[in-house]
Design a protein. Sequence first.
Length: 267
Amino acid sequence: MDISLDGRVALVTGAGRGIGAAIASRLADAGALVYLADKDLARAETQTAEISARGGKARSAMLDVCDADRWQAVVADIERSTGRLDILVNNAGLAVSKSVEDTTVDDWRMLMRINLEGPFVGTKAVLPLMKTTALQTPFGGSIVNVSSISGIVGTANLSCYAATKGGLRYFSKSAALEFARAGYRIRVNTIHPGLTEGASSTVLFEGSVASGACADLEEAERMWTSRYPVNRMARPIDIAGGVLFLASDDSNFMTGTELIMDGGLTA
């Protein structure tokens, strides 16, 4: 059965490329009006144009997820234009692949700010509008936070990244319980991708070369991919399918939990 998001409005961060762009595309294909937010507005506009060209409904927004004022401005624009917000996907994030010894305090603070503080600030910013919107739909609204398999299990040379993604997992669980008990009718879940084609996997491969574990990027890709029972990386569109499910009414009895999409790595 096809999932329908007709009449829904969604906001996706980090939507200018990779997993974020794929998520925005899947939500738009399901009928949602999608706001593609990205720090790089040109990238967001390119993806928006592609969605619009095939008949989807999409708009662009410049958003640095660390900037609370920009969050407020984007949400205010959505409210003025549509009067509602049903879905938030906190996807924007950054990876740094370094040993604990080589990770700087600045690295740590930067990742904490983008990967953990960003979703927190964003969730606070959308709550008033999402709470109002949730009363108008059968099963309310949905917040999907894109974590990582590194938020479930540890990964060498990703200590800082893993800390942020594990933190996002437990922030999501706590927010889910809080919103449910308060009667907000807003579900909060996390999705945990394994190795996925794109910028984050490249960072991982480069880190393996820099640490001396691999001679080159090709060897690093083979090494990391071989750890997965399915013997391949995920495609961004694979992860987007999971987000679509969590954003839809098909997952209406899920909150405070996680969807692990890791090709069998943690089985």
